[in-house]
Design a binder for this molecule. Structure first.
Ligand SMILES: [Zn+2]
Ligand SMILES: [Zn+2]
Length: 267
């Protein structure tokens, strides 16, 4: 692949408006980061093929980030005849996620799909648990993780495309770096693109931040402190995205709120 791409499937918080989806995106048409509610069908809506997904990289295991996993596995099982080279099974989906939760989510997904009753649909999935701080490498990419700050175990990820050398980073849902997560600054330093939680829209995270999220100004301050190239804001209410974008741009001009289906080339 000549360039590194990222396509945003959804940018909403836990419950999206009709026609939108919770925060999720796909790198190089192959590495899906979180599923939102509807990743399989949303990929198709944007001309991407759910059969091409090699890895699902889960930032953490809150529902809005993995709800689409059963649908994705079912889709791939139903369409498995498209890939006869896999011997009657769907292409293997490798699910990388926080060690505390990913295996349970994958096992419960298989139970929900009643794989014991329908073994012949050929679901193929494997979990790869990481402890935040771990590095995971494939021939095509390197994923370096560090802990973020959220009520469940979560990972801030730094992804390097070995083909192009491009580096992007995403925080997952997190409290601001300035509120108990200083490790985020060095972890995302110099990334071409940073994708950051902006749950609180144009406002910074409030003092009473029990769900440990961020606002657009917090994201912009991290982008500045870490010297990233561009900042993409996600995980915010549709009605508040434009105000959030403007608040971030005032602090860090290379900020944007991606549209659903928007593809960005990461240099
Ligand atoms: Zn979330
Ligand atoms: Zn969360």
């Amino acid at each position: 692949m000549d360039s590194t791409t990222i396509t945003f499937l959804g940018t909403a918080p836990a419950v999206p408006n009709a026609g939108h989806d919770a925060a999720s995106f796909i790198v190089n048409r192959r590495y899906l980061v979180d599923t939102g509610w509807n990743a399989a069908l949303t990929l198709r809506a944007h001309g991407l093929d759910p059969m091409d997904v090699e890895y699902l990289l889960l930032t953490h295991c809150h529902h809005d980030h993995y709800l689409g996993l059963p649908q994705l596995l079912f889709y791939r099982a139903m369409q498995r005849s498209e890939r006869p080279e896999n011997g009657g099974r769907a292409p293997l989906l490798k699910v990388v996620g926080p060690a505390g939760d990913v295996e349970r989510v994958v096992e419960d997904t298989l139970r929900f799909l009643q794989i014991d009753r329908y073994p012949d649909i050929g679901v193929a999935v494997e979990s790869i648990p990481l402890t935040p701080g771990d590095t995971f490498e494939d021939d095509a990419f390197r994923l370096v993780t560090c802990p973020n700050r959220h009520p469940v175990q979560g990972m801030c990820c730094r992804f390097t495309d070995k083909g192009t050398g491009a580096t992007l980073a995403w925080t997952g849902d997190t409290a601001p770096f300035s509120d108990g997560a200083p490790q985020l600054v060095e972890h995302v330093r110099g990334a071409s693109l940073l994708i950051h939680d902006a749950t609180f829209g144009a406002n910074p995270a409030p003092a009473d931040n029990s769900y440990l999220h961020s606002g657009a100004p917090d994201a912009a301050r991290l982008a500045l402190a870490a010297g990233v190239g561009r900042l993409a804001l996600v995980h915010g209410k549709e009605e508040k995205q434009e105000a959030a974008r403007a608040a971030a741009v005032a602090l860090f001009p290379h900020s944007f709120w991606p549209a659903d289906g928007e593809t960005v080339i990461v240099e």
